[in-house]
Structures are given as structure tokens and as C-alpha cells.
Design a protein around this ligand. Structure first.
Ligand code: AMP
Ligand code: ZN
Length: 469
């Protein structure tokens, strides 16, 4: 048995072969910390977590690196518009570094709530400015970079394979682009390696470089940091499908031009989008949901994890609250069927792995991470009334280790997710209303909390709350 993945680089499903036996270098493009992550972004991190868990369970020692983009990602992927970080600071009237710290922490809390394993190494763009400047210098010295009006750009015509990764017909596009390009850019697809600070405005984040004061282009950080931590040839690089035509195409062009070595990454894997009626869920469309908003409506983060596992990572997933309701009901029914198994002494892992149920489950995982089929195997097992409980518990532990649904944790531990700040405000408001003998308001706040799935009980020791199950 061996893992098989769909590789965007070759557009084939291939057996996975590590570069070094027993080890995997994995890089996953991380968040831009100017706002909360939305549940669409989180779908991508959930897919990557399944990959990470599958690799570990297949016996590989995984070195997983994830970046945090805290500078340089502009509102348009075409190197135009504002820096998202600076826009975030302006939106909230806060310091840009404070914004970066705040949203990075919020992101890490979301991952924790979703049981996404943290990477082996986090790395921030602003902590790696010298590495990025060094990479621009290498590209400059090799003739891949030139200065335009507002920055140093990568000349894509110097890298003939530029369009290959995204299967883009560059020739056709360039023919039309030869007409004057603004700002001294040579080709339409050229992208910024280093952007200069505007002359008339002081940026909140800027650094000196041999070409002028400014900040790194967004694509540069992933090349510089993955080269530093995983080297010039590593196993797997992931992100959402939107990264194929621009971000990852540019990462490849920069890195392979600088090192002269190809392929830089053996396997590229991309997660499909979470979509809403109007198209992909995105912050720019204004139509996005955060995980805390979902929790405030009374769902567990694991309901969302369960929903995502119900679709293959390479298929778009349409988000509707009715589907989340179904996921919640499905997860609860499953837990109901597994009740009591946490008390059973489970069969040891090595024994459980010899059972046919495990083989059936693992075959689904090996087949390009087919989570919906793997989940169906968990259901098969849960419904099997004749199986020896020790075997069943052993198998479920293993399966859950792969899917990360906390299926065998006792319920209260799981459901008692801490109150969100908004929920805490409602609870405090109700206590204040009661103290002021404003019972109508206290009742209204109780109902509001109930509608968010939080039940209250007034006891002599004070008000206790619990989440509806
Ligand atoms: P960003 O913070 O915008 O750099 O995005 C973080 C990650 O989320 C990237 O890997 C994107 O490809 C991914 N992403 C963005 N929107 C969606 C969506 N609607 N569904 C799934 N993944 C997404
Ligand atoms: Zn990246």
C-alpha cells in the first residue's frame, strides 16, 4: 500500500515517493494576517491537516513549515493596490504590528479549535527580510530582475517555462501585451520582487535594500523561507487552487531561476474552494463567515470539520447552513453510536492495523485523501453491532487520529468550547440586568443566548452555562 496524490505539477495522480526515505518536507502557504480567516480559508488548512496526518500515519517524519504573511500582500494579485496589512491597520485605527499579532493569534486559535495540528515551524515574512533581499540580489545578478518605476520586477520572458505550471499560453498573451506597459514593466506577467515605498507617503512597514527603501513582493517570502527551512528540493507544497496561476507560478519562477534546479518541489497539491451562492467565499466580496461566527450560532468547530471531510478536497464545496446542520446531526449521531467506547480498553495500534476494517479505511486515505469514503468506513464500523468492543475502540482511535474529529473524547470536554467575547458580553449583560431587577431585559438576553445554543441555569452559586447538544 502506498499514498497516492494528485500532483498539480504533472496533472497526474502519482504514488508518493519521498526524496529522503522516511521523511517529508511540507510547505503550506499561510494566512495574510490583516483580518480574521474565513471558513473558506480554513477549508484549505483542514485539507492540509488531513494530508499532514496521513503522512504521519504512513510513518513519515514530517517537517511542516507554514508562513505568516505580515507584509507585502497587495489588495490586487497584480502588484497593485494597497498593502492588505496597511489597509487593515487603517480600517481599525490600530498599529500595523498590533494588527499582525492580533490576527496571527486569532488564526492559531481557529486552527486549535478545528484540531488542526500546528506546523513544525511558523515563519513570518517580516522576520525574513534579509533572506528576501538576498534572493532578489541573486535574481538580479543572474539577469532575471530589473528596476521599473515602482519597484524591482521579475522578467518572465527570461524564464521560458513560466507558463507551464498553470498551463498558461504566455505567447498568446504576450503578443497583445507588447504595446506600452505602464511604469516600465517589460511583460504583462512580470511581478514585483521588491516594491519601493511611495515618495509622498511614509509606509508603516519598510526596509532598506540595494535598490531603494521599500518592502518585499508577496511571492518572495514563500520562496525565501521554504528555501531556508526545507532546501532547494523538497517534497510537497500546498495552498488553495487560486494560488496555481499567480502565487505558485511566481514562486516557482523565482526559486528555480535562483537555484538553477528543477523541480524545486516534487508534488504540488491544491485544495478547491468553499463557495457561496455568489461564488468563492472571499474577504474582498464582503461575504464571508468566520469560525467564531459559526460557533456563536451554536455549532462546534468540529461540525465544520465534519462538513469539510464530507467533500473531497479537490471538489468545490458549497456552503449552506442547512449542510452545516446536517453535518452537526451526522457527527452527533456518530458520537451517539460510539458512546461508551472511550471506556473500553482498546486493541493496541499494531493489532488494530491488521484488521480488514482498517485496510478498507486506509485505502480511502491513500487514494488521494478520499475523506468522504474514509468517513463512510467510520460509519460502517460504528454501525457494526457484532464487533468486539476492544477491536472497535482500537480501530476508531486510529481512524480518528487520521480524521481529527475527537470521536472518542467524552462529550462535555468537547462541547464546552469557551464563550466567545460576544457571548460573554451577553452573559455579563444578563447578570447586570438581573442585578438591576430589569427582568424583561434579562429574559431577552437569556433567549438570545439560547438561540446561539447556550443554556443557562441559575444556581445558588451563580449562573452556569452549557452548550446545547
Ligand atoms: P489568504 O489569507 O488570502 O492568503 O488565503 C489563505 C489560504 O486560503 C490560501 O491557501 C487560499 O488559497 C485559501 N482560500 C482563499 N479563499 C478560499 C475559499 N473560498 N475556499 C478555500 N480556500 C480558500
Ligand atoms: Zn506562498
Amino acid at each position: 500500500m502506498s499514498l497516492k496524490f494528485f500532483n498539480t505539477r504533472t496533472r497526474e495522480t502519482e504514488p508518493f515517493e519521498p526524496i529522503e526515505p522516511g521523511k517529508v518536507g511540507l510547505y503550506t502557504c499561510g494566512p495574510t494576517v490583516y483580518h480574521f480567516a474565513h471558513i473558506g480559508n480554513l477549508r484549505t488548512y483542514l485539507f492540509e491537516d488531513l494530508l499532514r496526518r496521513a503522512l504521519s500515519m504512513a510513518g513519515y517524519k514530517v517537517k511542516h513549515v507554514m508562513n505568516i504573511t505580515d507584509v507585502g500582500h497587495l489588495t490586487s494579485d497584480a502588484d497593485e493596490g494597497e498593502d492588505k496589512m496597511e489597509a487593515g491597520a487603517a480600517r481599525e485605527g490600530r498599529d500595523v504590528w498590533e494588527i499582525a499579532g492580533f490576527y496571527a493569534k486569532a488564526f492559531q486559535e481557529d486552527l486549535k479549535a478545528l484540531r488542526v495540528m500546528p506546523p513544525t515551524l511558523w515563519c513570518k515574512a517580516t522576520d525574513h527580510i534579509p533572506e528576501q533581499v538576498e534572493l532578489v540580489r541573486t535574481l538580479w545578478d543572474k539577469g532575471f530582475a530589473y528596476a521599473a518605476e515602482d519597484g524591482v520586477y521579475y522578467d518572465v520572458s527570461r524564464f521560458p517555462r513560466y507558463g507551464d505550471f498553470a498551463r498558461k499560453d504566455l505567447q498568446g498573451q504576450e503578443a497583445g501585451a507588447r504595446v506600452a506597459l505602464p511604469g516600465g514593466k517589460r511583460n504583462r506577467e512580470d511581478f514585483a520582487l521588491w516594491k519601493f515605498s511611495p515618495r509622498d507617503k511614509r509606509r508603516l512597514m519598510e526596509w532598506d535594500s540595494p535598490w531603494g527603501r521599500g518592502f518585499p513582493g508577496w511571492h518572495l517570502e514563500c520562496s525565501a523561507m521554504s528555501l531556508k527551512y526545507l532546501g532547494d528540493h523538497f517534497d510537497i507544497h500546498c495552498g488553495g487552487v487560486d494560488h496555481i496561476p499567480v502565487h505558485h507560478t511566481n514562486e516557482i519562477a523565482q526559486t528555480e531561476a535562483a537555484t538553477g534546479r528543477s523541480p524545486w518541489v516534487n508534488v504540488w497539491m491544491h485544495g478547491e474552494f468553499l463557495v457561496v451562492d455568489k461564488g468563492k467565499m472571499s474577504k474582498s466580496s464582503g461575504e464571508f463567515l468566520t469560525l467564531s461566527a459559526v460557533v456563536e450560532k451554536g455549532y462546534s468547530p468540529l461540525d465544520y470539520r465534519y462538513l469539510c471531510l464530507g467533500a473531497h478536497y479537490r471538489a468545490p464545496l458549497a456552503f449552506r447552513f442547512e449542510s452545516l446542520d446536517q453535518a452537526r446531526a451526522g457527527r452527533r449521531n456518530l458520537m451517539e453510536k460510539l458512546k461508551g467506547l472511550d471506556q473500553v480498553r482498546a486493541l493496541p495500534v499494531a493489532e488494530a492495523k491488521k484488521l480488514p476494517s482498517w485496510t478498507r479505511f486506509w485505502e480511502c486515505v491513500e487514494d488521494d485523501l478520499n475523506a468522504p469514503r474514509a468517513l463512510a468506513q467510520v460509519w460502517e464500523l460504528a454501525k457494526d453491532r457484532d464487533m468486539d468492543p476492544a477491536q472497535k475502540a482500537g480501530l476508531l482511535k486510529l481512524m480518528d487520529h487520521c480524521l481529527g474529529l475527537d470521536l472518542l473524547l467524552p462529550e462535555p470536554e468537547k462541547e464546552q468550547a469557551p464563550l466567545s467575547p460576544a457571548e460573554q458580553d451577553l452573559l455579563d449583560g444578563r447578570a447586570a440586568a438581573k442585578a438591576a431587577r430589569d427582568f424583561a431585559r434579562a429574559d431577552a438576553l437569556r433567549r438570545e443566548l439560547e438561540s446561539r445554543g447556550i443554556l443557562l441555569k441559575d444556581t445558588p452559586q451563580g449562573t452556569q452555562w452549557s452548550r446545547k447538544r
